[in-house]
Design a protein around this ligand. Structure first.
Ligand code: 2RA
Length: 336
C-alpha cells in the first residue's frame, strides 16, 4: 500500500506512525504531509527517515492508496477533493464529514461493512468519546436493544491535542514554581481542576462534543437510541474515561453483561472491586483495548445497567481505529 498521513506532526499523526509500525501494516511507500509549520520536519518510521511535505492543492495523492487525515475539519474539507481525486481512500479523523449521509462513520467492531459503501471515497473516524463507548455497547446491544444512554465523560488533555497536553504539564510546573498559569488551549486552568465544557455550546445547552455522542452513536449502531451526555475535561493526560448508564428493552443481568463484554473484540473486562481493580486512565494510556469495570445494576431503573470504561483516546479513540478500518479494507481487498 502507498500510505499518506496528513497532519503527521500532531498527537494523532505521531500515533499513526507508531500504530502502523507496531501492527506491521503493509506499506510500500509512506508520505507525510503537514502545514507550513511542520513541513521539513523529519520522523523515523521502521528505521527510515521521512520528511514532512507541505500539503498543497496538487497531484501529490495520485499514487496514494490510503490517506489517514488528522489535521482538523477545515483542512479535511479543503483538501478532500485533492486527496480522493485519483481513488485514494481518505480515512478522516476530523469532524468534517461524520454526519454526511454519503460518508460512512466506522468503528470496525460495530459496523466494518459500512466502510465498503463510500461514494465520496471518504470514511470518517468517529469522535474518540463515541468510539470508546460504542465498542462496549455493541455486545450489550446484541443481548437486548439499548433504548437510552446517560453518559458522563472524564476526558483527558490529549483530546485537545499535543500542545494541550504540554500546557497541562506546564500549568502544574508553573503552579509549583509560583508563576502565573498559562491558559490557552482550554477555556480555564485545567491543573487541579475539572472543566464541564468540551467544544462549543449549542442552542440546546449541550456542547458540540455532547451532541456528537448523541448523533454519532445512532449512526454507527444503526440505532434509534437516545444518548444524553455530559462531557467534562479532567486533568488526566491521555486516556479518556466514561460513566455510562444504559436502559435496555429487557433487563440484562450483571453476569450476562460481564460475559458479553469479556467475549467482545477490542474490550477488556477489568472488574474486581473487592480487590480495588477497575480501569483507570493511568493504566489504560498506551493500550489498545477499551477497559470496562464497575458493572452493576442501575438502582434507579429496573431495566438499567451501569458501568465505567477507560481507554486511550489517541489510540482506540483516533489512530488505532482508523488503522483498523484500513486493515479491514486491505483484508477484504477493497482499496483502490
Ligand atoms: C476532546 N473528543 O477530547 C475531543 C477530541 N476529539 O477534546
Amino acid at each position: 500500500m502507498n500510505v499518506a498521513i496528513v497532519g503527521a506532526s500532531g498527537a494523532v499523526g505521531q500515533e499513526f506512525l507508531r500504530v502502523l509500525a507496531e501492527r506491521d501494516f503493509p506499506i510500500d511507500n509512506l508520505v507525510l504531509f503537514g502545514s507550513k509549520r511542520s513541513a521539513g520536519t523529519k520522523y523515523t518510521f521502521k528505521g527510515k527517515e521521512y520528511e514532512v511535505k507541505l500539503l498543497q492543492h496538487n497531484d501529490d495523492f495520485k499514487d496514494i492508496d490510503i490517506a489517514f487525515t488528522s489535521a482538523g475539519a477545515g483542512t479535511s474539507k479543503e483538501y478532500a477533493a485533492d486527496i480522493t481525486k485519483y481513488g485514494a481512500v481518505m480515512i478522516d479523523n476530523s469532524s468534517a464529514f461524520r454526519m454526511d449521509d454519503d460518508v460512512p462513520l466506522v468503528v470496525p467492531e460495530c459496523n466494518a461493512e459500512d466502510a465498503l459503501n463510500r461514494p465520496r471515497g471518504i470514511i470518517a473516524n468517529p469522535n474518540c468519546t463515541t468510539i470508546m463507548m460504542v465498542v462496549v455497547l455493541q455486545p450489550l446491544e446484541k443481548l437486548s436493544h439499548i433504548r437510552r444512554i446517560h453518559i458522563a465523560s472524564y476526558q483527558s488533555a490529549s483530546g485537545a491535542g499535543a500542545a494541550a497536553m504540554a500546557e497541562l504539564q506546564q500549568q502544574y510546573k508553573e503552579i509549583m514554581d509560583g508563576q502565573p498559569v498559562t491558559v490557552s488551549k482550554f477555556p480555564h486552568q485545567l491543573a487541579y481542576n475539572v472543566i464541564p465544557q468540551i467544544d462549543v455550546f449549542q442552542p440546546n445547552g449541550y456542547t458540540k462534543e455532547e451532541m456528537k455522542m448523541f448523533n454519532e452513536t445512532r449512526k454507527i449502531m444503526h440505532s434509534d437510541v437516545k444518548c444524553s451526555a455530559m462531557c467534562v475535561r479532567v486533568s488526566s493526560l491521555r486516556a479518556h474515561s466514561e460513566s455510562v448508564w444504559i436502559e435496555t428493552e429487557r433487563p440484562i443481568s450483571v453476569e450476562e453483561a460481564r460475559q458479553a463484554i469479556a467475549a467482545a473484540p477490542g474490550v477488556t473486562l477489568e472488574d474486581d472491586p473487592e480487590h480495588l481493580v477497575y480501569p483507570m486512565p493511568l493504566d489504560t494510556a498506551g493500550k489498545d483495548d477499551v477497559y470496562v469495570g464497575r458493572i452493576r445494576k442501575d438502582l434507579a431503573d429496573e431495566n438499567g445497567l451501569t458501568f465505567w470504561l477507560s481507554g486511550d483516546q489517541i489510540r482506540k479513540g483516533a489512530a488505532l481505529n482508523a488503522v483498523q478500518i484500513a486493515e479491514y479494507l486491505v483484508n477484504v481487498g477493497n482499496v483502490k
